[in-house]
Ligand binder design. Structure first.
Ligand code: GAP
Length: 514
């Protein structure tokens, strides 16, 4: 675990050093849980968004996109339940004066039990070697059984307290489990209180006439309130979906793990409107499609898992998360929810406007049910970065830091490098750049020895380096170096476009989703 934490620290500093992610307002010592994307980060982020957008809107004839405003009428948040219930349970430690999410403290405690069990299993595996039967060990070892029983009991108690919204019980669990503040090391806890996560601001010029508005905590409501507009103007027939990418804001109590939990972040959400009674069929379908989208990136199927929710929101009748194996454990990257007709019904009630759909096949009107897929762009970015980061030991004893990014997501697709800065090589290299730059993000680099330039491109995950040397001037060939294998092949300049395109095009990724 400590080793994984070290790797994570390295990834965070690599992200800064190579222009992917900077702490916001850094020259003013930063702003907690807010980050800026640098020159390479913004390209990677845009490519992730494009992959999602195209997978939704190009591959599904019945999904269209919108871009709704961040500010919305405040009654929307009353109708959606966010004003009353978008809360986290918080607790303070009186000695360190630090504030924590009570549920996170308890979840961390459960993770500690898991870690202890994993350690016992690893120790036994080492002791027994080939003959080790993990399932049998877990089912019979006294210490493992005891830890598992304590973990299960805690999980059950915790789920019930969260379901019942029982803040006193949450505090009691923290006391009974003897959870201490990581800073002060004490158990001097306050009561648990609810804390609303929405940011408020005022709209309007005079103090008297100003109206309290919220920065949206999710993009989904912008889709719900535009449901009728899109359905009517697009003449959409159920089932159909509306997709949106945009900023969301949450005043998170505990902001940690870099861009995993931010106060300003971006979501890619799609609401799929279906006939009542068909929602669970569509829920299962979207669960499958979304996992396929993730796996097509080739980052390793074993790094994903579903986490079906025990605790369902009052409006949902099924929910699952797609979790990704980050260096700090399996974590939610995407949520898929069957939200019934809750949101549309609420907006119908609060706005007084009829939001129904006339189904010509059934010859009846109803409020559609909704399957939502909701993924955080920043979390997706983090999963890609963590999976790509590698410190590779080379046969010559050197180490190279390389980002094995999925080629279609890489910020730079190819770098053109003249071997030396003379003899007409820079001019020839520029000629090649001028051909490739219309289709691919292309870098030109002439400074430093060629090996150093390769390393710089490896560090930002550039799939191809094209080296122009004296032979190029004679026979119009270059060396094409592939990032992951470091293999160099001599190819004709005329073939470059096709060779690069085959590997880096988004279409190659989208085709895997068919
Ligand atoms: N409309 C449903 C919704 O917003 P959510 O589970 O609260 O559901 C969906 O959020 C996704 O948004 C999460 O799976 C996560 O990827 C991302 N997300 C949520 N809060 C975040 C935060 N504070 N920082 C970064 N990403 C966040």
């Amino acid at each position: 675990m400590a080793q994984q934490e070290d790797v994570f620290k390295k990834i965070v500093s690599h992200a800064k050093e190579y222009g992917f992610v900077f702490p916001s307002s850094e020259i003013y010592d930063g702003l907690s849980a807010v980050y800026d994307y640098g020159q390479n980060g913004v390209e990677l982020k845009n490519n992730i968004k494009r992959y999602w957008w195209d997978a939704m809107t190009l591959l599904h004839e019945n999904i269209v996109g919108i871009d709704s405003a961040i500010f919305m009428h405040p009654t929307i948040w009353k109708a959606s339940g966010h004003v009353d219930a978008f809360n986290d349970p918080l607790i303070d430690n009186r000695d360190s004066k630090k504030r924590y999410r009570a549920d996170v403290l308890i979840e961390d405690q459960m993770a500690k039990y898991d870690e202890k069990i994993a350690k016992e299993v690893a120790k036994a595996a080492k002791r027994f070697g080939e003959a080790f039967d993990e399932a049998q060990f877990r089912a019979t070892n006294g210490r493992v059984l005891d830890l598992q029983a304590r973990r299960d009991a805690l999980h059950e108690r915790f789920s019930k307290a969260m379901n019942d919204n029982d803040l006193g019980e949450l505090r009691q669990i923290i006391v009974d489990e003897e959870i201490v503040c990581p800073i002060s090391g004490t158990k001097n806890w306050t009561e648990v209180r609810q804390f609303n996560l929405m940011f408020k601001t005022e709209m309007g010029s005079t103090a008297d006439g100003a109206m309290t508005v919220y920065l949206r905590p999710e993009t989904a409501q912008g889709i719900f309130v535009n449901y009728l507009n899109v359905q009517k103007t697009g003449r959409m027939r159920i089932p159909f979906g509306i997709a949106q990418i945009g900023k969301a804001f949450r005043n998170e109590i505990v902001a940690r793990q870099f861009i995993f939990r931010m106060r300003e972040f971006e979501q890619m959400e799609m609401q799929f409107f279906v006939r009542p009674g068909e929602e669970l069929k569509w829920f299962a379908q979207w669960k499958e499609w979304r996992l396929k989208w993730h796996k097509a990136l080739g980052m390793g199927d074993e790094k994903y898992r579903y986490h079906d929710h025990d605790k369902l929101a009052h409006y949902a009748n099924a929910a699952t998360d797609i979790e990704f194996q980050m260096p700090f454990g399996f974590k939610e990257v995407e949520g898929i929810h069957s939200r019934t007709n809750f949101d549309l019904s609420q907006h119908q009630k609060f706005s007084g406007k009829k939001i129904e759909y006339f189904d010509p096949e059934l010859n009846q009107s109803y409020t559609p049910y909704v399957i939502e897929t909701s993924i955080g762009v920043d979390r997706m970015f983090l999963s890609v970065l963590c999976s790509a980061y590698d410190e590779e030991q080379l046969p010559n004893g050197e180490t190279r830091t390389v980002l094995h990014l999925p080629a279609p997501l890489a910020p730079v697709k190819c770098a053109v490098l003249p071997l030396v800065r003379k003899d007409g090589l820079p001019e020839k290299a520029r000629e090649i750049v001028d051909e490739l730059k219309f289709d691919f993000a292309t870098h030109y680099e002439e400074k430093d020895a060629i090996g150093k330039r390769y390393r710089r491109q490896d560090a930002i995950g550039t799939p191809f380096c094209i080296t122009v040397d004296h032979q190029t001037l004679e026979d119009n060939t270059v060396t094409l170096r592939e990032r992951d294998s470091m293999e160099q092949t001599r190819v004709s300049v005329d073939d470059l476009h096709k060779l690069i395109h085959d590997r880096v095009s988004l279409a190659s990724l989208l085709r895997k989703l068919r």
